[in-house]
Design a protein around this ligand. Structure first.
Ligand SMILES: Cc1cc2nc3c(=O)[nH]c(=O)nc-3n(C[C@H](O)[C@H](O)[C@H](O)COP(=O)(O)OP(=O)(O)OC[C@H]3O[C@@H](n4cnc5c(N)ncnc54)[C@H](O)[C@@H]3O)c2cc1C
Length: 382
């Protein structure tokens, strides 16, 4: 067992850290307040090769792994989770890379790491989130065309994306519910496509989130992912497995960032004649926080490493996502507490980290869903 990063991985972490400190630290507060996607930052991140690092060289990506993607995500989120969401502009490219036809891969993937297109993945609906079998957005075939009708909810990059992978009901009559769904690649400039940006999010406010309405949107059969119907369910499960690791790395990043802020604050802030970091009650709390962050980090790296080595482990992935999400929320809470009243002011970044952390417990599967995945694997069929 080797817990050492390679030289290349160490360099990637350093480059991501330097970039985040130089380009993100200063703008985080502003974009949070504006609730605006930082387009210039996204461009710069693409130019330096940080977006979609797991995209194969054959499709003009860096050809790295999910461990490297997790490390970059962690470093961006450590500095500012909202702006760190520029990395989510490749969300769904894994689907196309793993399941698309060669034509789809060549057409849709290369613009993503190059900063020429933004994508997202639309699965959730107003009445179907955790219950994925409740999805009703339909795609009905007529000759060489599919017509899509329905509404998707909470879609990351929904109002800024050039195209989305959209999870649709294609075979409602199929005996097995696992064979009723298919993914489509849908360009956002097609007639009948409408994106309504959702404002007033609690956290990651620099990330774009939208409701999407498909009003008889027509796509050619060439846009059916992989060219075959009824494959959507295993594909979406695979997408979740990969992206839960990246969500876990967000939890690691936000908790490390909050811990950094707490450490800096307790060294400076004085009470009862000394820096509050000298009180053992504070020191004990810091030790607990740091230990939780490290545990979440190790689980996350292991889950990512296993994917990169062809041994994807849904149980471990679910454990990493749950633990890292909960760690983010707890550590941000403790870190804010150490800031006292100042932590309650939005000019202090810890206030933003506290709000941003919560999302990891909700998206890519609410934490209860992760626990159910773990339990199912533990119990098996009985
Ligand atoms: C900012 C943001 C960005 C998002 N981005 C995307 C995106 O890009 N694409 C996309 O498709 N979706 C996206 N989502 C949606 C997200 O994945 C869902 O919100 C999430 O899966 C939960 O679904 P829900 O909101 O419908 O909650 P529900 O499914 O209604 O769940 C509500 C609560 O009930 C619990 N619950 C439900 N069923 C059970 C059960 N069987 N046992 C125990 N507890 C249960 C849940 O765990 C949760 O705590 C995003 C959401 C947000 C907030």
């Amino acid at each position: 067992m080797d817990f050492q990063f390679t030289k290349e991985q160490t360099d990637i972490r350093q480059a991501a850290r330097d970039f985040a400190e130089k380009e993100i630290r200063e703008i985080g507060h502003d974009y949070d307040q504006k609730e605006e996607f930082p387009k210039d930052l996204w461009k710069k991140a693409c130019d330096l090769g940080f977006v979609g690092v797991y995209i194969d060289e054959a499709y003009e990506g860096p050809g790295l792994g999910y461990l490297e993607a997790a490390v970059i995500m962690e470093e961006f989120w450590r500095v500012d989770p909202g702006c760190g969401c520029v990395l989510l502009t490749a969300f769904g490219s894994e689907l196309i890379q793993n399941y698309g036809t060669e034509e789809q891969k060549k057409k849709y993937i290369p613009p993503i790491p190059k900063g020429k297109a933004i994508m997202g993945s639309a699965i959730t609906e107003p009445d179907a989130g955790s219950d994925i079998f409740g999805v009703t957005t339909s795609a009905v075939k007529d000759g060489d065309t599919y017509t899509i009708n329905g509404t998707k909810m909470f879609i990351t990059n929904g109002s800024i994306a050039d195209f989305l992978t959209v999870y649709c009901l294609t075979n409602p009559e199929a005996k097995s519910r696992y064979e009723r769904y298919s993914f489509f690649i849908v360009e956002t400039d097609r007639p009948g496509f409408q994106a309504n940006k959702l404002r007033g999010k609690m956290g990651i406010r620099a990330s774009d989130t939208a409701e999407i309405v498909f009003n008889s949107v027509k796509v050619p059969k060439e846009n059916l992912l992989g060219g075959k119907e009824s494959r959507g369910f295993p594909q979406v499960m695979d997408l979740f497995n990969i992206n839960r690791v990246l969500a876990a790395s967000q939890g690691v990043g936000v908790s490390q960032g909050a811990l950094d802020l707490a450490i800096a604050h307790v060294k400076k802030r004085e009470a009862f004649g000394q820096a509050i970091g000298k009180f053992q009650a504070i020191q004990v709390k810091l030790a607990e926080m740091a230990t939780m962050v490290e545990a979440a980090r190790i689980l996350t790296y292991q889950a990512a490493w296993l994917i990169d080595h062809g041994k994807k482990d849904p149980k471990l992935i679910a454990m990493a996502k749950w633990l890292a999400g909960e760690t983010g929320v707890r550590v941000a809470d403790d870190a804010l507490q150490m800031h006292g009243g100042y932590g309650y002011l939005n000019e202090y970044p810890i206030e933003r980290f506290y709000r941003d952390a919560k999302i990891v417990e909700i998206y890519e599967g609410a934490k209860e869903m992760e626990k159910l995945t773990i339990a199912h694997q533990l119990l098996g069929k009985f």
